[in-house]
Design a binder for this molecule. Structure first.
Ligand code: UDP
Length: 161
């Protein structure tokens, strides 16, 4: 309604989540999707693909100088990934909490990385780390028409906005 109009962009915050090749190989796609569904976020785009080095080098452009970059590229192109866009209140920050720290050694149990991984080089999932990062990554991975605007029938029970 009228009242919620000014809050609309915030409620429709979006982030990019990817199940990395190790997560796909280990049959974790369903469990990862389930966590975001049950939290109350809305799936607005999803696809499975073999990532090109070109796309990855853009995605990880800030890490190009890191010593682990070549092995990161090798790992991320070793098999298919499932990439998704999730929408909802504060979804960028909440997703990072749900995913856990970059290094699974420090990741809390209950997080994706804390429940399913042991080593930073195979940490199962990607989540955008900021609003700006999310916007950039969503544009990089998805065409506009691949993202759907649709109404979740339980939206009023999940958020005021
Ligand atoms: N990574 C790695 N070794 C490291 C640090 C990072 O292999 O020492 C990989 C890991 O897969 C991580 C990705 O590089 O998820 C991107 O690193 P970033 O610091 O952006 O962490 P994230 O945002 O994924 O938590």
């Amino acid at each position: 309604g009228q009242r919620g109009k000014s809050s609309l962009p915030h409620a429709r915050e979006r982030t990019l989540i990817a199940v990395k090749p190790d997560g796909v190989q280990r049959r974790l796609i369903g469990q990862i999707i389930q966590r975001f569904e049950q939290r109350g976020f809305k799936l607005v785009g999803m696809k499975m693909l073999q990532v090109s080095e070109d796309l990855l080098s853009q995605h990880y452009s800030e890490l190009r100088a890191k010593p682990f970059y070549p092995s990161l590229l090798y790992y991320m192109t070793s098999g298919p990934v499932v990439v998704m866009v999730w929408e909802g209140h504060n979804v960028v920050q909440t997703s990072r909490t749900m995913v856990g720290t970059t290094n699974p050694t420090e990741a809390q149990p209950g997080t994706v990385r804390g429940d399913f991984s042991t080593h930073v080089s195979r940490n199962v999932v990607h989540a955008s780390d900021s609003l700006e990062g999310a916007k950039r990554e969503i544009q990089l991975w998805f065409q506009g028409q691949e993202l759907l605007n649709w109404d979740c029938c339980d939206q009023k029970s999940i958020s005021e906005v």
